[in-house]
Unconditional design. Sequence first.
Length: 88
Amino acid sequence: MKRSINLLLIDGNATGCWKGEFSNRTLVAYRMSRQQLVGGYESRPEFGSSGVYILFGQNDDGDPLAYIGEAEDGMKRVRQHLNDGKDF
């Protein structure tokens, strides 16, 4: 079965914020950097909905890390991580 993902480049470029919509699903995914998040995207109402989020980073040795969380208000929870000083 074929599926498609439609990507919307919110900033109009590939290094900006992305919104991905999956065919035949109610699933929506967003991708953005920490700088983009605190640089204005945190006020977008769609980021306050419930869902799963993944924070990417590196450990002290430079190995990749990922933290997967779930939240009723995604933006509120990600802000808590930022305020706690998480390096993801």
